[in-house]
Design a protein around this ligand. Structure first.
Ligand code: G6P
Length: 611
């Protein structure tokens, strides 16, 4: 949610800010703005729309500024508009502030400031914070102290960067509940919501702690934390390849990410399979075989696509290890009073590692004494740091808002956990474990072979360009795949789509079926095959149009379905990693045919750091 960049150094701040915003645009893209500092004044430019529109604005003489802050917005308070865009200013216009997060008590703060005669231009919570900092500065405080004292009055979540016209070549940044990273360069420093905005300048970064406030100049960073001088031990090295955050010849990040799945899956598996003992080793979990044996229940918590991978995890873990698994929407879990008995552990799944609801669910579990394990993509993210232990999925940066490669890698990691647990619990023999290991190792090549058939998927997708509704069906471990297929389609093509367990169709959705209603069915040759075939018959009897995801060589289904997309056969529990691929491609091609902005779908954002 919202991207922030701040720069102080010797280079042209504007270039760093615009370049950084482009990298962060996946976080929000309804409006953008910057503030540049020159000769004791600030030049603020902002606009509705994309960073490219901001780039076209003329900054005047401030173009040569070497200090500045910038923002790309995903609206929470106040509609997308130029007035509501960040940066926001104090009453004198001598302070500029950009913010990611939500100030929960902004209404009461606003009332207090109004009473002091301070007026507001925008509908945002952020403007209240800017005015609050300004009113602290007016008391004669330096910017760092003013920010600190203003934040002491605030309740909510924030990542902020602040500039004052009166403190040249200095910016102040702070975080609580929203991510913020400082890139440590040579005679220049950058602050950003995400390392993606930093890596082209420096790979040395410091992740700010919860509640930390820093003052940043070109040559120094000082902090409110226990180590005010910010010792060099806090610097971490980011070893990303820049190519990972480029489109690399693909039309969209989403397509590139779909195509990178053979590689991302190899990275998820690498070094984690033990063929000899027919098990998996996930060093990051830091669990001995005895620890695993003592696990009596697993609670999985996540949001969105990560929740879908969690639901697959339930089927796979219960099947391979017989450990009961509950899968909870983090947003629900955090606001009820969950029963968490002894022997329960929590798996927290998040691509970004920053999702506000998921983080809150994790904190609740920790408070209740439950051991927590992260399945996270972004290294150094808040969830990765706050879980007791965890596994990185190593999918590499995911930039397309609709999650694809993170989903398959999360599902893969859950399968590895299920395998390790199944072996530790004695539910799987070594031979069975070895057979699963072999199937896991073959997955990346099988994904490659599905991708090689993408032309056929593109051709079929043309049938659905003008569809208004879509139903996705699956049973057992493929039911979450139906949910994920429907989510992908609605996210990027804006076609209404629903995922259902196939047998539930007759309890309602069947009423919707007619010759205009496409129904995608995962109908692979697994234990539920015959039942799914019956469900397809029910659709066909109502003149519905069926697109089947079927096992290679299945001739029966060809006579039944209108279109068939084949996937190679694999162990039943691993099918979702394959069956989701044609559905990802289908939604991609439909969205492209409908001229939708695939990587930046309307109203969405990649990293949801607000409730
Ligand atoms: C947003 C994204 C989804 C993602 C969800 C959870 O809604 O658009 O793609 O699945 O957040 O994000 P996380 O980073 O926690 O996996």
């Amino acid at each position: 949610m919202c991207g922030i960049v701040g720069y102080v150094g010797h280079g042209r701040a504007l270039d760093v800010l615009i370049g950084g915003l482009k990298r962060l645009e996946y976080r929000g893209y309804d409006s953008a703005g910057y503030s540049l500092q020159t000769d004791h004044s600030l030049t603020v430019k902002k606009c509705m729309g994309r960073v490219a529109d901001l780039e076209n604005m003329d900054p005047g003489p401030a173009a040569c500024a070497t200090t500045g802050i910038a923002h790309t917005r995903w609206a929470t308070h106040g509609e997308p508009s130029t007035i509501n865009a960040h940066p926001h200013s104090d009453s004198t216009g001598r302070i500029s502030l950009v913010h990611n997060g939500i100030i929960e008590n902004y209404k009461s703060l606003r009332k207090k400031l109004l009473k002091k005669g301070i007026s507001f231009d925008s509908d945002t919570d952020t403007e209240v914070l800017a005015k609050l900092v300004g009113s602290e500065v007016e008391k004669g405080k330096d910017l760092f102290t003013a920010v600190k004292d203003a934040l002491a009055q605030v309740r909510g979540a924030y990542g902020i960067a602040v500039l004052s016209a009166d403190q040249p070549s200095t910016l102040v940044a702070a975080r609580y509940g929203s991510p913020l990273v400082v890139g440590v360069g040579q005679g220049e420093n950058i602050v950003a919501s995400d390392v993606a905005a930093i890596v082209s300048h420096t790979r040395n970064v410091i992740y700010l702690e919860e509640g930390e406030i820093v003052e940043i100049t070109a040559g120094a960073i000082s902090s409110s934390a226990s180590d005010p001088k910010m010792s060099r031990d806090r610097i971490q090295h980011v070893d990303w390849d820049l190519a990972e955050i480029e489109k690399d010849g693909f039309d969209h990040y989403m397509l590139k990410e779909i195509y990178s799945q053979p590689e991302s899956l190899r990275n998820a598996i690498r070094g984690r399979l033990d063929m000899e003992h027919g098990t998996a080793h996930l060093g990051g979990l830091d669990l001995t075989a005895e620890d695993m044996q003592s696990i009596r229940r697993i609670v999985i918590t996540a949001c969105g696509t990560s929740w879908h991978s969690g639901l697959i995890g339930k089927y796979v873990i219960e099947n391979l290890s017989r450990v009961p698994v509950d899968v909870e929407y983090a947003s629900e879990f955090r606001y009820r009073d969950p029963v968490l008995e002894d022997g329960t552990v929590m798996l927290v799944i998040s691509q970004s590692g920053e999702t506000a609801d998921t983080l809150a669910a994790l904190r609740l579990a920790k408070k209740r004494g439950i051991k927590t394990f992260g399945i996270v993509n972004v290294v150094g993210s808040t969830i990765a740091r706050e879980t007791d232990a965890g596994v990185y999925i190593h999918a590499g940066p995911e930039i397309g808002v609709a999650s694809t490669k993170a989903f398959t890698s999360q599902t893969m990691i859950l399968s590895l956990i299920a395998l390790a647990l199944g072996r530790a619990k004695g539910n799987l023999t070594r031979k069975e474990g070895q057979s699963i290991c072999r199937d896991i190792m073959a997955i990346p090549d099988k994904v490659e072979s599905i991708l090689a058939g993408s032309e056929a998927i593109r051709d079929i997708s043309r049938q659905f360009t003008y569809a208004n509704n879509f139903l996705y069906l699956g049973r057992g471990v493929n039911y979450p795949v139906a949910l994920e297929g429907a989510l992908k389609l609605k996210e990027i093509s804006y076609i209404h789509a629903e995922g259902y367990p196939a047998a539930e169709m007759k309890h309602g959705p069947i009423a919707l079926i007619d010759d205009l209603m496409p129904v995608a069915v995962v109908a692979v040759k697994d234990a539920a095959y015959e039942k799914v075939i019956s469900n397809i018959q029910e659709v066909k009897a109502r003149r519905g149009r069926v697109l089947a995801i079927a096992t290679e060589g299945d001739r029966e289904i060809e006579n039944l379905a209108d279109w068939v997309l084949e996937i190679p056969s694999v162990d039943d529990m691993l099918v979702p990693i394959l069956s989701v691929i044609p559905l990802q491609l289908l939604s991609y091609y439909v969205a492209v045919a409908r001229n939708c902005d695939v990587d930046k779908p309307r109203n969405l954002a990649k990293s949801v750091t607000v409730e």
